[in-house]
Design a protein around this ligand. Sequence first.
Ligand code: ADP
Ligand code: MG
Length: 241
Amino acid sequence: MSLELNDVTLTYPDGDGRLTALDRVSLDVPRGSLAAVIGPSGSGKSSLLAVAATLVTPDSGTVTVDGVRTTGLSRGELTRLRRHRIGIVFQQPNLLPSLTAAEQLQVMARIDGRGAAGARPRAMELLDAVGLADRAGRRPHQLSGGQRQRLNIARALMNEPTVLLVDEPTSALDHERGAAVIDLIARLTRRQGTATVLVTHDRAHLGVTDRVYEVHDGRLTSAEADAEADAEAAGAGEPVR
Ligand code: ADP
Ligand code: MG
């Protein structure tokens, strides 16, 4: 199974009225595939991830994670679901300053109630996958910005989540390092079989994604569908003679 948002509407209080952050959004991301969401600042991208992460309950619509419908689950049940099935990468890596790279990952397994025995090998395997095998003993201040973001991604994958949600992971990185982080996310999505949603403002990164969506004023549209419609309108859909 996968990540499924069905007809999700989310509003926030705004003065006397309500601001519609997500307007009847539907999205289906299968495991092992990477969906990119682009859109201007304030269009609803982070709200979409917050709802998908079950951190925010929408006004209406449903979110299904790995076949589990989240509507009506208690706070405790949602917390367990998140720990166990959802990996989240925020814009700024909120790593714990006193822990080494390996410990940042191992602590996630402990939070999820997993035994310590498997945690160390899994942490080392993931550090290797993100190119930090030789930095396992370093603390965050001993890592570069790009390395910290890669560590952040490895940490999100520690508990083998079904769903990986990534919010503008390259905003603090230069173009080259940003591209490397996106490539890494694409590779890990396929290898770990996660249903990944990547929010990015940088169109240059979209080549490695499976599907591209655009969000404007809380409305989500498929960018490929737009491109096809444009191509058809221009007559590009006709066979070449
Ligand atoms: P993006 O990530 O695309 O920049 P957001 O999802 O953060 O957009 O925000 C979408 C809209 O919702 C914006 O108009 C923003 O100001 C508003 N918004 C976001 N979070 C809140 C909140 N907690 N309370 C009220 N309004 C919010
Ligand atoms: Mg945002």
